[in-house]
Design a protein around this ligand. Structure first.
Ligand code: UDP
Ligand code: MG
Length: 338
């Protein structure tokens, strides 16, 4: 299988023959500078996994180190060495949350894949509930945030406006107030793998895939430690990716603008002719200035929107790998990166 431009080859220990070593559950955890939370997260998650009889020890936990600058990789490395269920994926630099997740999904070989953040905002203890809904026939069980504890008013409000705006513009229904906290089946993961776009908004892409998707309501907890890796600038960039990735309606704004300005121009023309013939007035510089700047602003806005789409065409046209893996560590030597 092609992963981020590399070939992933799974071999048995004593022969080089390809084997189908799929397991019951893969847990994918993107980590960026999470040294303060990782040990606690790992303890809670592995307790959940080892307590579950249904898993029968048949699971893997994949930590993706997304170019952290703290001790995150060292911690992952240590955990890998002491627990055969753990796989460590070290990316060559910081690629961002969505691409780190993509890397984890590509490495995962479970029949089901559980996606969870490392910061304990989404409780790992909910895993059995996710599994139960999937046993009942769901292909995607997504965590829906009923309440969010410990997040700023601004973050909650902006997220809520964003999801509502996105749903108005996008042609698909992306469930409101959800994140990437979800359990998906292998077939959904395989479909994701066949969607090569660079600007990834995974929760939207998963909605787009369809099949049977059901929500699981939960309360989002405060971060256990450390701070959010999504400051305002990243949130804006992420929202632009989401909107341009799923909707072409912003580009249509130019049509509305041109209509609006045409109406204003016609009214102005009537006024100019009227004042020239009837009022005999000297036209004012001020009104001219206002009209010019207004038109200028409108044109810049439309060009900027078109530019956003063109830059995306440019990025996609390069067809670069989505991410680059530096190394994969796993006790059971199933994975080799070439
Ligand atoms: N993350 C990542 N790469 C990044 C930014 C974030 O892998 O460039 C990880 C981070 O370690 C965490 C998850 O993505 O596990 C979500 O990030 P965060 O909790 O900062 O986002 P928030 O919950 O505040 O939206
Ligand atoms: Mg978080």
């Amino acid at each position: 299988m092609e992963i981020g431009g590399y070939m992933k080859i799974r071999t048995t220990k004593d022969s080089d023959q390809m084997i189908d070593d799929s397991i019951r559950l893969s847990i994918v955890v993107p980590c960026y500078n999470e040294e303060k939370v990782l040990s606690e997260f790992y303890q809670r998650l592995s307790k959940v996994c080892s307590d579950q009889v249904f898993l029968n020890e048949d699971y893997e936990i994949i930590f993706i180190n997304d170019g952290s600058t703290d001790l995150t990789w060292e911690i992952i490395y240590k955990i890998c060495k002491e627990n055969k269920h753990v796989v460590g994926v070290n990316l060559s630099r910081n690629f961002g949350h969505q691409l780190a997740l993509t890397a984890g999904l590509d490495v995962a070989c479970g029949e089901r894949i559980f996606i969870i953040d490392a910061d304990l905002q989404d409780p790992p203890e909910l895993l059995p509930e996710f599994m139960k809904l999937m046993d009942e026939g769901a292909d995607v069980v997504y965590g829906k945030r009923e309440h969010r504890v410990g997040e700023t008013f601004f973050k909650k409000k902006s997220a809520s406006i964003f999801y509502r705006l996105l749903n108005k513009m996008a042609k698909i229904d992306i469930p409101l107030d959800t994140g990437d906290f979800r359990l998906i089946t292998k077939r959904v993961k395989d479909k994701l793998h066949s969607m090569p776009e660079n600007q990834r908004f995974l929760r939207g892409m998963i909605s787009w895939i369809g099949f049977n998707q059901v929500p699981l309501n939960y309360t989002r907890q405060p971060r256990f430690a450390g701070e959010t890796k999504y400051p305002l600038s990243k949130m804006v960039a992420f929202s632009i990716d989401a909107i341009t990735g799923f909707s072409v309606s912003p580009i249509r704004i130019s049509v509305y603008f041109s209509l609006l300005f045409s109406i204003i121009a016609i009214l102005l023309m009537i006024y100019v002719i009227f004042s020239w013939t009837v009022l005999n007035a000297v036209p004012g510089w001020a009104s001219l200035g206002v009209i010019l700047t207004l038109l200028g602003a409108g044109q810049f806005l439309v060009m900027a929107i078109i530019g956003e789409y063109i830059s995306r065409i440019y990025i996609e046209a390069k067809r670069r790998p989505l991410y680059i893996i530096k190394e994969i560590i796993a006790m059971e030597n199933k994975r080799t990166v070439k």
